[in-house]
Write a protein that binds this ligand. Structure first.
Ligand code: FAD
Length: 219
């Protein structure tokens, strides 16, 4: 097995957390190496609403406007409607502004933040963060590389990673686990999940249809 020095910080996972951390560290001049198990991005949508606090962090990193322009077309109101069917009786609605309105300052007086929450699917957010991270000096990002094992030493960490069936050891000062709910880093550290692991169960269906959004989106 080969051993490789991997900069100051090894970030495990290139989801929104790992990518945002990589961008933040790079901007502070801290080199980092991101390993991501998946060779390709997932195709199923997950996060849809990015909170105001996350948008504030993206603002600090200079990314908020780009993120606000990505995802839904800028003129789309991001209101939520609860209906009996797609075009049936409306039971309740939460009216929210379009990205264009937010950028123009509409409704600012009602939000105690310069960056209200934003509707962008994780499908659009992640590539934008990844593209930005890849363009920064000091960031190395490897897809198709999975963390297998960690060993803590007094002044460094050794991480065994696997890509295309080949294992190698990365030596780094710090490892940060950004590897999601089933985190291998968490398990390696012996940190157990506490509390109720499933407070609700739901099924999410991803459907594609050329005209499905047009009619309800009109209002
Ligand atoms: C249907 C659905 C809807 C959601 N809606 C919202 C929402 O509206 N708003 C919201 O804020 N959140 C929402 N979430 C939650 C949101 O998706 C997660 O909070 C978010 O993905 C967490 O980001 P993360 O970067 O911490 O982890 P993840 O996105 O899980 O990324 C972890 C990454 O680590 C990689 N990885 C895992 N193990 C290893 C390993 N051993 N080595 C290397 N890489 C590894 C994975 O491949 C993955 O890319 C939703 C989730 C689902 C499923």
């Amino acid at each position: 097995m080969t051993e490789q020095t991997s900069g100051d910080v090894l970030i495990v996972g290139a989801g929104p957390t790992g990518l945002t951390l990589a961008i933040d560290l790079a901007r502070r001049g801290v080199p980092c190496h991101v390993v991501e198990a998946a060779g390709q991005r997932a195709e199923n949508p997950r996060c849809n609403t990015t909170s105001a606090r996350s948008m504030e962090i993206f603002r600090r990193l200079g990314l908020a406007d780009d993120i606000r322009r990505a995802g839904l077309p800028s003129y789309y109101p991001t209101s939520i409607q609860y209906r009996t069917t797609m075009l049936g009786e409306e039971i309740f609605r939460i009216d929210l502004p379009s990205a264009r309105d937010v950028l123009a300052g509409v409704g600012k007086e009602n939000w105690p933040t310069p960056e209200p929450q934003h509707r962008i699917s994780q499908l659009f957010l992640e590539p934008l963060l990844e593209q930005h991270a890849r363009g920064l000096p000091g960031v190395t990002l490897e897809r198709g590389t999975r963390l297998v094992e960690l060993t803590q030493h007094d002044d460094h960490v050794e991480a065994v990673v696997e890509s295309a069936g080949e294992r190698r050891t990365l030596r780094c000062a710090y490892v940060v686990g950004c590897d999601g709910a089933h985190s291998a880093v968490r398990r390696q550290l012996g940190i157990r999940y506490e509390g109720v692991d499933a407070i609700q169960k739901f099924v999410s269906t991803h459907a594609r249809h050329s005209g499905i959004g047009a009619r309800p989106a009109r209002d």
